[in-house]
Write a protein that binds this ligand. Structure first.
Ligand code: HEM
Length: 235
């Protein structure tokens, strides 16, 4: 393999799933906080651009986007259960003992106690945490969102207190999820000096050799070992 070799990071199918996840999430964040803060300064801009009808439609748009998010989540479950690449993907996302060592080594590196950055495999402990946070967040938002959506039905079982708890969980998890994406995910995709100005894998699907060396050196070693083995077997 030469310097020009590209390494597949996200297949076309995975990029399409990611696209539906990110677009539905963005719409949910905007319409959700618009429902909560109808008088906010940025709401006035949206109403100015789109018109008063958009104001009335925000609840409907929120519900439509939630269906898209749930549909792509269900598709993802099918993908990780029945697709070979999907099964490997979720297996590689499972937490391992080595993640704790990587976390410890990262802390030492970031506080200047260690000179070498830990060497990650296909998914670092950070990427694993992000993945499981999305899984957990979607379950929480979906469950509490449906309680808010079908108020009359759920009210019979959980009364006013239950409704208040569901509303509070939905709201605070919305803040947590929005900050996790804006601060955490965006830092690693855009601002991280190793990938700045952007990790393009979500668009092109591929990483360069240089990016692999910086971000996933252990995975790169594995790939190169397999390629070498194939070359020996061929000759
Ligand atoms: C996953 C599926 C989701 C469903 C089914 C759902 C559903 C709902 C429903 C039915 C409401 C009440 C709407 C109304 O009063 O007309 C609501 C409110 C809200 N949603 Fe969602 N939602 C989901 C995901 C999200 C996400 C991902 C976010 C943001 C990250 C979000 C943020 C909000 C906020 C901030 C409110 C206002 C809460 C309040 O009034 O205290 N939602 N949602």
């Amino acid at each position: 393999m030469n310097e020009e070799t590209k390494y597949l990071r996200m297949s076309r199918n995975e990029r399409i799933q990611h696209f539906f996840l990110l677009s539905s999430f963005i719409v949910l964040v905007i319409t959700g906080f618009w429902l909560k803060f109808p008088e906010a300064w940025w709401v006035r801009w949206i109403v100015y651009v789109i018109g008063e009808n958009a104001f009335e439609a925000r609840g409907i748009i929120h519900r439509v986007a939630s269906i898209v998010l749930i549909a792509v989540s269900v598709y993802h479950l099918i993908y990780i259960a029945f697709n070979k690449r999907g099964r490997t993907l979720v297996k590689d996302f499972l937490p391992r003992k080595s993640d704790l060592t990587e976390l410890k080594d990262s802390m030492k590196y970031l506080t200047g106690k260690k000179s070498d950055k830990p060497r990650f495999g296909r998914f670092s402990y950070i990427e694993k945490m992000e993945y499981w946070a999305v899984v957990w967040g979607t379950v929480i938002m979906g469950a509490t969102g449906f309680v808010l959506w079908f108020k009359d039905f759920f009210f019979k079982y959980i009364s006013n207190t239950g409704m208040d708890i569901a509303t509070a969980i939905h709201y605070y998890e919305a803040i947590l999820a929005s900050l996790a994406i804006l601060v955490w995910h965006f830092y690693f995709i855009f601002l991280n000096p190793d990938v700045y100005p952007m990790n393009k894998a979500w668009l092109s699907g591929f990483l360069t050799k240089e990016e692999m060396e910086k971000e996933h050196p252990l995975e790169l070693e594995e790939i190169e070992k397999t390629t070498e083995k194939d070359k020996i077997q061929e000759s």
